[in-house]
Design a protein around this ligand. Sequence first.
Ligand code: GRG
Length: 302
Amino acid sequence: MSRADFDLQAYLEGRAPAVEAALSRAVDASLPLLPADVADALRHGVTGGGKRLRPILCVTAWEACGGAERDAAYDLAASLEMIHAYSLMHDDLPCMDDAELRRGRPTTHRVHGQDRTMRAGAALIPAAARQARRSAESLGCDPSRAAAVARRVMEAAGAGGMVGGQWLDLEGEGQALDADALDVLHRKKTGALLVASLVVGAMAAEADETRVGALEEYGRAIGLAFQVADDILDATQDASVLGKNPSDAALDKSTYVSLHGLDEARRRASELASTARRRLREGGVGAPALDALADYVVERRN
Ligand code: GRG
């Protein structure tokens, strides 16, 4: 099937209930150890909508590498969204972006307070590691592969990935970053988790190195494309479309738009989507959904 024939909307809608159900299971499993007020904050942060791109990438990579659609694959996928949710909860706090709105709703700390939001976010990190390991075991991975899957999620979340990228982002506020520094920041802050979403799906399916490598390269390209698109949206859309307040200019951040201008940023995003698709082809991963997702990442409206 060509990419033009592939109905991504139907694909995303078809998978959404399984993604949401897995997230609900993951939240329920995380709650027993938490005080009720922290549990409420955690639920707000995880189950409040969003595109669910990371779980979709994970499940799609799992299937592209021969895995059958089943609940445990969605449970693995939920571990990536748990990390993503915690990062948004913490990123929105007054000490960072100080955001009022996320996914069209008040941010977690606006509803549940800073203290509970910090604790709920922190609780999600080990919960995601446990979720990744247990679900990989349910998918048939032996203990060492399941541990490797959980490690990959945590590495992407950590100082060499998302946390390191956020650190660079905070340090870079008010400074003019050059193109290379901006790429390094976003490869870590946004890209690492997107790449890991694909790679752990492939690892759990016991894909060979060529396929894992192709998915990794695809992920690196769509990770940057995603961020370029994010900067374009931040510069061109308002809160009613974005579901959050545009913040790059207010926080004096370097962006692909401030560095290259809108037209060049658009050109770069679409070139990165083409690179992503080419990497898949070269690695022998035939997945119309992943081809279509590369376009979606740059053409999305929020
Ligand atoms: C204190 C250094 C330090 C780190 C803490 C807060 C944090 C960890 C990391 C922040 C990472 C972050 C906010 C990355 C942004 C990623 C991003 C582009 C988010 C938007 O993703 P979408 O569009 O959101 O997929 P939805 O709402 O659709 O899920």
